[in-house]
Write a protein that binds this ligand. Sequence first.
Ligand code: FES
Length: 238
Amino acid sequence: MSDTILTLTIDGQPVSGLATETILQIARENKIDIPTLCYLEGLSAVGSCRLCMVEIEGSPKLHPACVTLIQEGMVVTTQTERLQGYRRNIVQLLFAERNHVCSVCVSNGHCELQELAHKLGVDHIAFPGCYPELEVDASHRRFVLDHNRCVLCTRCVRVCAEIEGAHTWDVKNRGMRSRIVADLDTPWGDSATCTGCGKCVHVCPTGALSEKGKSVAEMLKKRPSLPYLVANRTEERQ
Ligand code: FES
């Protein structure tokens, strides 16, 4: 079953892939761009940000491309005005929820949220900003956690649990009150489990996790190294 080849259409282009592959994987293999935020190659897919929603012919609802497996004969559309409208709303809501002041952010110019806004043509926020009072945890020797910039994508949680094996990070509370926490909500610098590897910092899409000593726009992330690391670890286990 896992090596069954299926054929489908994405944006009018005939493509094929394995039955175990998702719409997003096949789209990327064929250079078809679908916006993503919570997804990162090398980590488990959780389908939480909903930016990768696509339309599938015959289905009245939208489907997250990162967690939807391909099917024989599927007809997928990734770039309708309806989808772009939803994506613009999601990005605006993320900006409105916390304090994303790009002009003073360490990730300015290297931020995935900012990039998405540019790509989708989001040049203003149609929703009232929440302006929550959020902490900056600078207790770690090498790194900083700025809750103001966090979009709760949980990439840090997944990379720490799935790749580093430390599971230092988790999410506390629900909805608007959700926060990334180290261990059982201790200052990061006091964490008994953090190995200081920095993987969480480098998978973070925004300036929420950064290295100490970086100034505005100086924080460059090394996200492409993750698939390489995962591939090497898989080989080692075999
Ligand atoms: Fe698919 Fe976030 S990338 S839901």
